[in-house]
Design a protein around this ligand. Sequence first.
Ligand SMILES: Nc1ncnc2c1ncn2[C@@H]1O[C@H](COP(=O)(O)OP(=O)(O)O)[C@@H](O)[C@H]1O
Ligand SMILES: N[C@@H](CCC(=O)OP(=O)(O)O)C(=O)O
Length: 270
Amino acid sequence: MEERTDSLRIVVKVGTSSLTHDTGRLNLHNMDRLARTLSDLEGMGHEVVLVSSGAIGVGSTKLGLKERPRELRMKQAAAAVGQCAIMHLYDKMFGEYNRVVAQILLTGEDVDAPVRAEHLRNTFESLLELGIIPVVNENDSVSSAEIETGKCKVLGDNDTLSAIVARLVKADLLVLLSDIDGLYDADPHNNPAARLIPRVDAVTAQLRAMAGGAGTWRGTGGMQTKLNAAEVAMAAGVDMVITNGERVEDLYRIVRGEAVGTRFAGTLQG
Ligand SMILES: Nc1ncnc2c1ncn2[C@@H]1O[C@H](COP(=O)(O)OP(=O)(O)O)[C@@H](O)[C@H]1O
Ligand SMILES: N[C@@H](CCC(=O)OP(=O)(O)O)C(=O)O
């Protein structure tokens, strides 16, 4: 495999399960390692966009709710509280590494409407030009179809959102940090003999049959939404890698083109 040394534009998506403990409280260790690694990659000359979930989960915990709310308006209230808490921490943590972050909250319409999408693209370009790390999430407090049903035409989950962002900014690479090492031929939580699939060249019906839903109460889409993301990314010529958020330092190896997790081949490889 050819080693890459040039500067890449990278979109990294981190899920709620990597940002929080099983208790629902923030996983400060993971967040700090993420901030440190992404800051370092930016220092190496790469451009970095972070797509971060966690607003509803973190907000629910901060509000003292016993479980993730079921009612839409409560989810939206929790997201408003959680988003603020998460950004506060990112601002502090990235600040420790001398980096500036910016918040971008999106709904389906924002990327669907050409004029809004153009504004959005310009904003991303300006932020990246300034060396700022944009932190993106769904605008959960104003969108509804997205959180409620996951059936929105454009968005619906942060896996797909991250692929749409990667396509919008013409990224070289999209990395999904999950609570698992990659795509297996069956859900390892139900099948201990499941084997990791290191490389995917096309999302087929056979592959879809291997992908199940979320593994924990904190995750939402599972592998199904990651395959949706892969389809969007691959069609746009963007390589996508699924890897474990517990080993965020693997990002260094991934940008060098090394085999880590599951790589969905876009443009980086022949
Ligand atoms: N074929 C599969 N390979 C790997 N994981 C799978 C598969 N099918 C379902 N899963 C589940 O997907 C989960 C990861 O997705 P999710 O729960 O949404 O977490 P995250 O938001 O951290 O990515 C895994 O913990 C696993 O239980
Ligand atoms: N936008 C929502 C999360 C949506 C989502 O896809 O969550 P996850 O499966 O944890 O990546 C939030 O911030 O809570």
